[in-house]
Write a protein that binds this ligand. Structure first.
Ligand code: ADP
Ligand code: ZN
Length: 218
């Protein structure tokens, strides 16, 4: 199964991915996670990406596309993957088509996570993440069992440097300008499976699973 997941920043893509990758045994490829890993390790890629990320802007396509192409050559992708945070522009989507067609592969479905903007600002500014294993929490809605500690690995959870109100607004603007058009792009190919995350993540995930099943993906 080869999937893409689309949704505004803070729509709940990451939470859905954590479930979907386990359910279907997929490699979870999050470009945001790869950038953050590079920033943490102080690599040249991380240094370049950080300026864009902290401004709520997109890292240039040239950098991002090369990084994903390389990631897709890794062994774990052969059992299927879910792309989270990529593509984010039409140019990236076209590049992805080319990368996959060279390998005689194609995307099976594109998941669209729908969340109202009013909810997003509140959810993102109260979000916390585990820098060690990538799990995500929310101090208001999904707190960890022990305050400040990751349930899965015990590390101290943190707030992402781009999860401030000002940067979230810029990320939303960037999303509407560059990424939202991808929903029409993939709808034109009949690939969209929708999950509504306005109520709770469990409902969203069950909608996604039924949508995938209806397409014979399971
Ligand atoms: P979110 O979906 O919550 O905005 P991500 O973790 O997916 O968060 O991405 C964080 C930041 O990383 C983005 O705001 C952007 O600066 C950068 N980024 C991630 N994926 C891409 C991409 N495909 N193209 C360009 N920039 C990206
Ligand atoms: Zn953890």
């Amino acid at each position: 199964m080869r999937l893409i997941i689309l949704g505004a920043p803070g729509s709940g893509k990451g939470t859905a991915c954590a479930v979907l990758k386990d359910t279907y045994g997929l490699a979870h490829i999050s470009t945001g996670d790869i950038f953050r890993e590079n920033i943490k390790n102080g690599t040249p890629l991380g240094q370049e990406a950080k300026t864009y990320i902290d401004a709520g802007a997109l890292v240039p396509d040239s950098v991002t596309i090369r990084m994903v192409e390389d990631r897709l050559t890794k062994d774990d992708c052969s059992k299927g993957f879910i792309l989270d945070g990529f593509p984010r522009t039409i140019a990236q989507a076209e590049a992805l088509d080319e990368i996959l067609s060279k390998k005689d592969e194609a995307i099976d479905a594109v998941i669209s996570v729908v969340t109202d903007d009013e909810l997003i600002m509140d959810r993102v500014t109260t979000r916390r993440v585990c820098p060690s294993c990538g799990a995500s929490y929310n101090v208001k809605y999904m707190p960890p069992k022990v305050e400040g500690k990751c349930d899965a690995c015990g590390a101290d959870i943190i707030q992402r440097s781009d999860d401030t109100a000002e940067t979230v607004q810029k990320r939303l603007d960037t999303y509407y300008e560059n990424t939202k058009p991808l929903i029409d792009f993939y709808a034109g190919r009949g690939l969209i499976v929708e999950g509504n995350n306005n109520v709770d993540p469990d409902q969203c995930i069950s909608e996604i699973k039924s949508g995938l099943e209806a397409r014979g993906l399971n």
